[in-house]
Design a protein around this ligand. Structure first.
Ligand code: G3P
Length: 263
């Protein structure tokens, strides 16, 4: 970053260098990664929680950090509860999008299920798998005004198709790519870059299968729109040993003053 600032200040009439175009197209080769991803128009990074556990959702929702929820059949199975009931309850806890996944694999049934799920609440995003039938369902539902999350994405080619089908969200699974020896976050970088090339595309990049805080920080550097985070990883984000150590020292010194802010 220092190099960028030097360049800007050294040049007479530096104002022209402050244009977005200059930063993206002229400085990208010098600065690489960070500027390469700087032309993402949407600047808000959303946090969804990846769970169907309503107690956990309630607890995290109270922090004000949650923008939505994602579920999948495995997470629903873990609750041991009725799918439609759990999803309806989650929709009452959070205002943001709640992803609920279809269970069928053929187009007709998927569409019927998708319509039923969309009827549960206004904030439902119907989740469909990245198959041809799923993309067709996505296309039909999104044209009818339903939010659609296309899940199980493992390649940039698949992400292009989801955007063409009008997906609201594309969910690339970074942890599962890491598991097979690929770098899941490279896929996020590629998708963000491809979508940026076509500013009219509205599909948001939703980083899924997150396993650790580094995935989230890298997603932020790349300009991904959403991270769906398991509750335990969300809690890990706040932790730092120097925060604990610093707080303990402040508390010990405060104790010595014998004061009480509330009187
Ligand atoms: O929501 C789907 C995704 O986040 C699954 O994560 O940990 O089962 O790969 P994981």
């Amino acid at each position: 970053m220092l190099r960028i600032q030097h360049l800007i200040h050294m040049e007479a009439g530096a104002k022209q260098f402050l244009t977005e175009e200059f930063w993206i197209f002229r400085l990208a080769p010098i600065t690489g990664f960070h500027v390469k991803h700087a032309n993402r128009q949407r600047r808000r990074m959303k946090f969804f929680v990846d769970t169907a556990d309503t107690e956990e959702i309630r607890e995290l929702s109270d922090t004000g950090l949650l923008d939505g929820v994602t579920t999948n059949p495995s997470l629903i199975a873990k609750t041991g509860r009725n799918f439609l009931e759990v999803v309806a309850e989650i929709c009452t806890i959070v205002d943001g999008p709640v992803s609920a996944e279809v269970a069928a694999t053929d187009f007709d049934t998927m569409l019927e299920e998708g319509k039923k799920l969309a009827g549960i609440a206004e904030n439902i995003a119907v989740k469909v798998p990245l198959t041809m039938a799923g993309l067709k369902t996505c296309s039909h539902l999104s044209r009818a005004g339903t939010q659609v999350n296309v899940t199980l994405c493992f390649s940039a080619a698949q992400a292009i198709l989801a955007a063409k089908a009008g997906a609201t969200y594309i969910s690339p699974f970074v942890g599962r790519l890491d598991d097979i020896g690929q770098n899941g976050m490279d896929l996020i970088g590629d998708i963000v870059q491809i979508y940026n090339n076509y500013p009219t595309l509205k599909t948001e990049v939703l980083v899924a299968s997150i396993r650790n805080p580094t995935h989230i920080v890298t997603a932020g550097l790349m300009g991904a729109d959403v991270c769906t985070i398991p509750p335990q990883v969300l809690k890990q984000l706040v932790a730092h040993p120097l925060t604990d150590k610093g707080l303990a020292a402040f508390m010990a010194d405060w104790e010595k003053t014998g004061q009480n802010i509330l009187g």
